[in-house]
Design a protein around this ligand. Structure first.
Ligand code: NAG
Ligand code: NAG
Ligand code: NAG
Ligand code: NAG
Length: 418
């Protein structure tokens, strides 16, 4: 169309010439006012604009100009360029050399940049973090290959007390796991660069035992771990947890599992149903109320449901406060209502409640024997992907640092580390 106009322009009468000049002048006027309007309106959005309109930005370079170009066409072209790429760096260049404009503008990165997980410590607010973590790609098939990873999320007060054992556990399996640590904001410790825990602390807030700040911290850990698209399984651990098997056994067990591991017990006594509050209606009724271990092992789908839950979370914040302990009821109840078919209704973290009371037994040095660890590894049977197995627990708690030297001694042989 334009090309034809141009031919006519060369061969036709003065009348046509003037019509064209007027038309063009009008166009130029619109162009200029549009430029100044757009550059005002969109100057803040420049980065986004540039990202969203890559083909437009590159256009002047790709399509050859009309031949031969009347000198007056050039301002229009550079006008378009400065609309699309209207930062001050390029404006200067647009008068001189357009090719340089494109090269000098911020280098566009493709998918690899998008997939790169952010560093654990970031400056997103809680609201920003949860929103970003809740993203789900609508196209299921991924146009790239990624090794699925297991996210090990440590919810601690201070240091990961049994870190030397975990270091041994992770050694040699880089690329198959990610680590996240949520600890008290007041805690400060420099983790050596050689450690797997180096730079793995996430922006954390104070956590009070048994209060809602606990489930907030769990959601915060999940949200941070979700930012890495390759994380496919999510394991919540405390500073007193130990692994009962080597990395490859635990990895395969989790990645290959058809179920998630959230305990959903209907405990009819005062430490179960007794903690239900009828103000939780209509979102949660008594028959739906469940109790379970805080220490879950879940998949990406459920992790996204938890961080984006706006229905049950506020109910717990408002109506489940000590002696209602939300960390024992929030995820179990939500899973029972919405995802019951997806859970094995058990936890993979062994713990000893046999002595009663609000806290489970702690294990110190003399407790750690080969027989005891064998019992934890294979002492029971359960269902795994429709088959009976004698591996029912992959992790155990609560172990104190006094147990560490024995664990380090027994682990290589018994648990076949390395
Ligand atoms: C410049 O903008 C005009 C009007 O929006 C458009 O018709 C023309 O194709 C653009 N030129 C380039 C090189 O993008
Ligand atoms: C470009 O912007 C920077 C900061 O935004 C400013 O300091 C600089 O003077 C500007 N340069 C031009 C040529 O407008
Ligand atoms: C999962 O199980 C299949 C078949 O049982 C096996 O081929 C595959 O290697 C397992 N995946 C992992 C991560 O071990
Ligand atoms: C891990 O332990 C299993 C037995 O639980 C063993 O068969 C396997 O060889 C061990 N893997 C490595 C890498 O040592």
């Amino acid at each position: 169309m334009k090309h034809k106009d141009h031919e006519r322009f060369i061969t036709s009468s003065f009348l046509n010439f003037f019509t064209h000049i007027i038309g063009f002048g009008f166009g130029l006027l619109i162009g200029i006012s549009l430029t100044s309007y757009l550059s005002k309106t969109f100057s803040l959005n420049f980065q986004i604009q540039q990202f969203l309109l890559p083909s437009l930005g590159a256009k002047p370079q790709l399509s050859p100009p009309l031949s031969p170009p009347p000198p007056s066409i050039i301002p229009i072209t550079s006008t378009n360029v400065s609309v699309l790429v209207s930062n001050n760096k390029t404006k200067v260049a647009s008068n001189t050399n357009e090719k340089r404009v494109i090269k000098k503008s911020k280098t566009r990165k493709g998918l690899s940049d998008f997939l790169e997980p952010p560093i654990a410590m970031h400056d997103m607010s809680e609201e920003e973090l949860l929103w970003r973590a809740s993203m789900v790609p609508k196209i299921q098939k991924t146009p790239f290959k990624q090794t699925p990873k297991v996210a090990f999320m440590f919810l601690t007060k201070g240091a990961v007390l049994l870190a030397p054992l975990w270091e041994r556990f992770f050694k040699g399996h880089e690329g198959f796991y990610s680590i996240y640590v949520h600890s008290e904001p007041s805690f400060s410790e420099t983790v050596p660069q050689s450690s797997v825990f180096h730079d793995r602390r996430i922006p954390s807030k104070e956590v009070k035992w048994g209060e809602n700040s606990m489930i907030e911290a769990e959601r915060r850990l999940l949200a941070n771990a979700l930012l890495d698209f390759s994380n496919q399984r999510f394991v919540l651990l405390s500073e007193s947890c130990i692994p009962l098997f080597n990395f490859s056994t635990i990895y395969t067990y989790l990645i290959n599992s058809t179920k998630v591991y959230v305990e959903t017990l209907d405990v009819k006594t005062n430490v179960g149903r007794g903690r239900y509050n009828s103000n939780m209606m209509p979102q949660i009724d008594l028959s739906q109320w469940r109790k379970g271990s805080q220490w879950f092992q879940i998949d990406r789908e459920l992790a996204i449901e938890i961080v984006s839950d706006e229905l049950y979370f506020p109910v717990f914040k408002n109506h489940c406060n000590p002696p209602c302990y939300s960390d024992e009821h929030y995820i179990p109840t939500m899973v029972n209502i919405k995802f019951l078919m997806r859970t094995a209704s058990r936890t993979l973290t062994w713990v000893d409640w046999s002595k009663g009371g609000p806290h489970p037994s702690k294990f110190i040095r003399p407790d750690v024997t080969i027989d005891f660890l064998k019992q934890l590894r294979h002492g029971s049977s359960c269902d795994y992907n429709g088959q009976t197995t004698n591996i029912c627990h992959l992790f155990a708690r609560k172990f104190t640092p006094h147990a560490l030297d024995r664990l380090l001694r027994f682990a290589p042989k018994l648990m076949q580390f390395n």
